[in-house]
Design a protein around this ligand. Structure first.
Ligand SMILES: [Fe+2]
Length: 202
């Protein structure tokens, strides 16, 4: 798989280099083809969106601005990596580390298109038409399939959300599901909002 030409890492320049600078956990993926595919999918999502600054995309329209999608993605990826280590070391459960990291890095990439700036001068965000028409995660899975990534990887992204009709069926998908819940509920509790573990869907 080919890399994009090198370019500036200015936060608003929509290149693979900028994506890697904002999401350094991408470099923790050992498989270079998978690493490059994850980077390309993020760059594609960004280029197809209305967001000038990728770092300003929120984790959720309901959360205060400092809880960004980039920070959440980094946190979920790191938590998932630790879970892989613990489950492998203490229980001897075979879990593919690269696949887990890739699912974690891509689990919410569709939010780049599902949200848009609210345009009301508050700096907030709202659901876009895409976000209202498509189930959360669908676009991420679509982009992954178009990149030729495996059904197991696509499944991990589709199954991470309770909106999905399928529950996680691989160890990698289970780990990302709970890593996502952990970081999300820490942020929601901190913001005084209802935890995902108390909701039916999100
Ligand atoms: Fe998430």
């Amino acid at each position: 798989m080919s890399e994009e030409p090198r370019d500036s890492t200015t936060p608003t320049v929509r290149t693979a280099d900028t994506v890697r600078a904002l999401l350094p956990e991408i470099m923790d993926i050992g498989d270079t083809d998978l690493r490059d595919a994850v980077t390309r999918i993020w760059a594609r999502a960004w280029r197809s969106s209305v967001w000038t600054d990728l770092a300003s995309v929120p984790k959720s329209p309901e959360l205060p601005a400092r809880r960004t999608l980039v920070t959440h993605t980094r946190a979920v990826t790191r938590i998932a990596g630790h879970l892989v280590d613990v489950e492998s070391e203490l229980h001897g459960v075979p879990v593919d580390r690269d696949q887990t990291l890739a699912i974690a890095l891509l689990h919410d990439v569709s939010k780049v298109r599902e949200f848009e700036p609210s345009g009301d001068g508050t700096g907030g965000a709202r659901f876009s038409r895409t976000g209202r028409l498509y189930q959360h995660g669908f676009l991420g899975g679509h982009w992954m399939a178009e990149e030729g990534l495996s059904e197991g990887l696509v499944h991990g992204v589709l199954a991470h959300t309770p909106q999905s009709a399928v529950v996680p069926q691989t160890q990698e998908a289970v780990i990302v599901h709970y890593a996502d819940f952990a970081d999300s509920d820490v942020q929601l509790l901190d913001a005084g909002l209802t935890l995902f573990c108390k909701r039916r869907t999100r």
